[in-house]
Design a protein around this ligand. Structure first.
Ligand code: ADP
Ligand code: MG
Length: 676
């Protein structure tokens, strides 16, 4: 038997269980030994019944009495009296009638379970039970807990792994030997043994360190290689022209911030290099990223290149088109908008203009690169607020241009610096860590729903002084089953009573793109006083005259999401306000208190990371794709170590292909990580 053997060859695996394993994606011995436990429970101390205390406990006892009774449909309770030489206690199982047959033999068993106060008495709940005469796998040890496999008892999974234990000790090393040595890691084989058969907590810690390191090392190595590969590509040379930049800056209605100047300068320098730019522009909400992209597009246009700007929503695309038109139009730069709502002849004309180069800057949604849009000479691509832009999309871009265009990804998701390394490892990063002058911090206040009337007065006063407001709700349809105020109900309520004298607009994701656009246009033009909306306004929308935001059921939103939403106000020199209305008048959560206290996106991201952990936050977008099983993105020390090893591996020119398993993983990550 070897690691490639099918599971059926292992003692204890029948045809049926092999099928069940297969359904869970476990086919070979290799698959099973690398099927790692999610957690461990320490049942290694055997307690005497006389001095047992509540908690996870193991006892060594005989079963004196056992009986099963049906309680109601679908619930059968088995109760047993267990005894050792010091005393007796009761054990209870739910829907495990087979315990009767198992325990009636009168033999001595290990029982491991939670000793707790339940149904008015102390008892051992759902304990595992194994004969003392056999090698225990689910009792009397640190017991690993695996992801449930449909139809298979965890006991069986542990037994089969136990069969494979001798083979596991021979598992070949997957990391380069010098890395294992330099980092003082345990071998792969020892890590597996430490996960499946830990003798003490330290075994688990060492195993997790080793396996976590390996995951991060693979990931960081992948970004090193991506960076290398990017460096091999030919980019467009876009020469720096001082006068072009100067004339752009001069006609702006404001002075650029120091951070904007720095970021623009970094981009312009990248344009001059012979390799394509791969840069992230990270800046808190309202820090003015768009104008930086505009400046770069102006530079590109002057050198005869087209720019494409991609936004995640149509609302944002049309808003960007307008902003860029305002920024660049007077300089003779032609801006086009390509979204789903541009149809028929208008669309055909636009296609032709893009192809002939009559349009310099094309703004649109993702469709811009997916569709059959032919550019005349695409030199620069900006991706706004879009985390999913991988190698596939880059390849799409290459099809549209003889060379890889320069890429700028803009994000307001303030990823803590510690994480940026893993998530954006291969990108150059520019940070806008300064807000435009004259911005006043948004005054944020947690609000009880009981005092709604006062709140409406405050908002009405804002509107009376010429400002506008947002009211944010989270659901679209009126749903009597829950108490989340739906946006439609809220809209009707405000329009028909409280704000009868004001102009109210409604915006949600189910409106047609043209309808959304029309509402946004009217709001931006000041023809709507209060915009009642779902979170579709979350990303990027810029209406500087809006200075008040009321968020209903604020406790249901995440911290980062609240920060993003709030960023829709505070975009001018007027004082802005954000009211976080809670679902009920209970005590506000830590999350809400933090957001009330701080306007700093980076600080809030760190807090969020602590409160929820990176898996939650970067769940689908990053963490999920990264597929980290053991490592957590919060482990900055381990990340730094892995980064150091990955750098030195590449710098010393080691041959990746020499390490088969590593190479496979790295190549998989390489496809994922670029601008993900
Ligand atoms: P974000 O970084 O959130 O995308 P925007 O690019 O939408 O921010 O800019 C926010 C607002 O700030 C816009 O109305 C923009 O015109 C304005 N703005 C940008 N830079 C400056 C500046 N240096 N001084 C004053 N206002 C600025
Ligand atoms: Mg923006």
């Amino acid at each position: 038997m070897n690691f490639a053997s099918p599971l059926q060859n292992v003692k204890g695996v029948g045809e049926k269980s092999a099928e069940q394993f297969a359904a869970a994606g476990i086919h070979s011995v290799y698959d099973l030994v690398t099927f790692l436990p999610r957690r461990h429970e320490d049942f290694s101390d055997v307690a005497m019944i006389a001095d047992i205390s509540p908690g996870k406990k193991t006892i060594r006892a005989r079963c004196e009495k056992i009986a099963t009774r049906p309680v109601r449909r679908g619930l059968r309770i088995t109760t047993a009296t267990l005894a050792d030489e010091t005393g007796k206690l009761q054990a209870v199982w739910f829907n495990q009638p087979y315990r009767e047959t198992q325990l009636k033999t009168g033999e001595e068993f290990f029982f491991s379970g939670e000793f707790e106060f339940n149904y008015n008495k102390y008892q051992l709940t759902n304990p595992s039970a194994e004969k003392v005469s056999e090698v225990p796998v689910s009792t009397d040890r640190i017991v690993p807990t695996y992801r449930a496999i449909k139809g298979l008892k965890s006991q069986l999974v542990r037994k089969i792994l136990n069969e494979l234990r001798p083979l596991m000790t021979m598992f070949p090393e997957t990391l380069p030997p010098n890395v294992v040595e330099d980092q003082k890691l345990v071998s792969y084989a020892d890590a597996l043994l430490g996960m499946h058969f830990p003798k003490n907590p330290d075994d688990i810690a060492k195993a997790r360190e080793r396996l976590g390191f390996e995951e991060l090392f693979e990931l960081l190595l992948a970004s090193q290689y991506n960076k290398q590969e990017n460096a091999k590509l030919d980019g467009w040379h876009i020469p720096f022209d001082q006068s072009v930049v100067a004339s752009f800056v001069k006609q702006l209605p404001f002075d650029l911030t120091g951070a904007q100047r720095r970021a623009a300068w970094e981009i312009i320098q990248d344009f001059e290099k012979s390799i394509p730019m791969n840069r992230l522009l990270q800046g808190d909400v309202g820090s003015g990223k768009t104008v930086v992209a505009g400046l770069a597009a102006r530079q590109a246009a002057h050198a005869g290149f087209q720019s494409a700007i991609m936004a995640p929503t149509e609302i944002l695309a049309s808003q960007h088109a307008e902003t860029l038109h305002n920024l660049l139009g007077s300089l003779g730069i032609r801006v086009g908008l390509l979204t789903g709502s541009v149809k028929g002849t208008a669309r055909k004309t636009l296609y032709a203009q893009i192809e002939s180069g009559e349009v310099d800057v094309v703004v649109g949604t993702h469709a811009l690169i997916q569709e059959t849009v032919h550019f005349h000479k695409l030199g620069f691509v900006t991706i706004d607020e879009q985390h999913r832009f991988g190698v596939k999309q880059r390849q799409e871009l290459l099809k549209k241009s003889d060379r890889m265009p320069h890429l700028l990804a803009m994000t307001a998701t303030p990823i803590p610096r510690s994480l940026a390394l893993t998530v954006y490892g291969e990108l150059e990063v520019s940070v806008l860590d300064e807000l435009p002058k004259g911005r006043k911090p948004i005054a944020t206040k947690i609000w009880s729903p009981n005092s709604a009337a006062q709140l409406y007065e405050k908002i009405d006063a804002e509107i009376a002084s010429g400002r506008q407001a947002y009211v944010i709700c989270s659901l679209i349809d009126e749903n009597p089953d829950n108490d989340i105020k739906s946006v439609q109900a809220e809209y009707k309520k405000l329009q028909n009573s409280i704000f009868k004298h004001r102009r109210i607009g409604l915006l949600h994701g189910k409106l047609k793109p043209e309808e959304k656009d029309a509402v946004m246009q009217r709001f931006a033009a000041g023809e709507i006083d209060i915009l009642v909306s779902t979170t579709v306004v979350e990303v990027g929308v810029d209406v500087p005259n809006a200075t008040a935001m009321l968020i209903e059921n604020a406790d249901r939103f995440g911290l980062s999401q609240l920060h993003q939403l709030r960023g829709r106000v505070g975009r001018s020199s007027h004082q802005s306000y954000c009211y976080l209305v809670m679902s009920d008048s209970s005590k506000p959560s830590q999350r809400l208190k933090e957001i009330e206290k701080s306007n700093d996106g980076f600080y809030l991201a760190e807090v969020d990371l602590k409160l929820r952990g990176p898996g939650e936050i970067y769940g689908r977008a990053q963490h999920g794709a990264l597929n980290l099983q053991i490592a957590t993105l919060a482990d900055t020390k381990l990340i730094a170590r892995a980064q150091q090893s990955a750098r030195s591996f590449v710098e010393t020119g080691q041959d990746l292909l020499q390490y088969k398993q590593l190479a496979k993983q790295v190549q998989q990550y390489q496809r994922l990580t670029t601008l993900n």
